[in-house]
Design a protein around this ligand. Sequence first.
Ligand SMILES: Cc1cc2nc3c(=O)[nH]c(=O)nc-3n(C[C@H](O)[C@H](O)[C@H](O)COP(=O)(O)OP(=O)(O)OC[C@H]3O[C@@H](n4cnc5c(N)ncnc54)[C@H](O)[C@@H]3O)c2cc1C
Length: 290
Amino acid sequence: MHWFDYCAPKNLDEALNIFSEYGERASALAGGTDLILFMERGRLKPELVVEIPLCYPFVGLEIIDGQIRIGSRTTMRELETSPLICQHAPVLADSARVVGSLQIRNMATIGGNICTASPAGDTLPALLVLDASVKLVSKRNERIIPLQEFFIGPGKTVRQPDELLTEVIIPIPKERIGSSFYKLSVRRYMDIAIVNAAATIAVDEYGIIIDAKISLGSVAPTPIRAYEAEKNLIGKTLNESVLDEAASLAQNASSPITDQRGTAEYRRIMVYRLTKRVVMDAYKKAVAQN
Ligand SMILES: Cc1cc2nc3c(=O)[nH]c(=O)nc-3n(C[C@H](O)[C@H](O)[C@H](O)COP(=O)(O)OP(=O)(O)OC[C@H]3O[C@@H](n4cnc5c(N)ncnc54)[C@H](O)[C@@H]3O)c2cc1C
């Protein structure tokens, strides 16, 4: 690995000053489970590694004005065990639960998962169906952008070199919703998703779908929402042909590639299967709540 300097600013202001001065010559360090590998492999060669401070706004999990605020240094383990997340955003807890191993989940953070911007990142489909936004802060300004606008390609985001991701913001759903997440991988643990998928479904008292969100990972350059499939579910109750249509439309939204984990053709078939699986599961949970 190359030589680099390390510093641990005490608070947000100190960290922003450093990033304002160093820009892309500095890298933020949260859990380090991606960054250290990127540096070992020469994919990133920061002059300065800057530890994200363990203080507000980078830490904390709370509800403010009907929204869940998650500090970017919140670990996967905190997400999967948080009563607040398990109650209001169980799909996020489910996705955090399948990341790496317990040791990895004790280190890996939500901010790191988002900023790495892997098309296969496990919390990303869950965050997309929850309509999450991210807060980016620099010395120049601060902005909140919807997560689906954050990713622009594999490993690429709209984050500027002097910006830090401070918080993830999730609106608490108004209706009662059911949600589901599924990760397809060769090994049960410590494996990258071949395909991952998440869905949230809201139904009225007659079981008619009034809102649907479907998201897929590892089947396009970025995690995606399957908007046409979602639209097609609205106003219907779920049966085999409605599920088939939704799964086919989700397939159309995907553009998978062949790599060491699976062929494009296999992934396309799995998009169909996983969409059916998560939509059915989310629908059943939504109906059970009414
Ligand atoms: C053995 C192993 C298994 C894994 N399994 C999985 C898995 O099953 N599923 C999965 O999705 N991932 C997996 N990963 C990848 C990794 O653990 C996750 O992506 C994790 O969430 C990264 O978080 P981190 O805190 O470690 O990020 P870091 O490594 O600290 O940072 C990752 C990147 O984000 C940037 N960054 C971090 N925080 C901020 C911030 N606040 N503002 C701006 N930039 C920031 C860093 O500069 C770096 O470029 C695995 C990794 C390993 C080593």
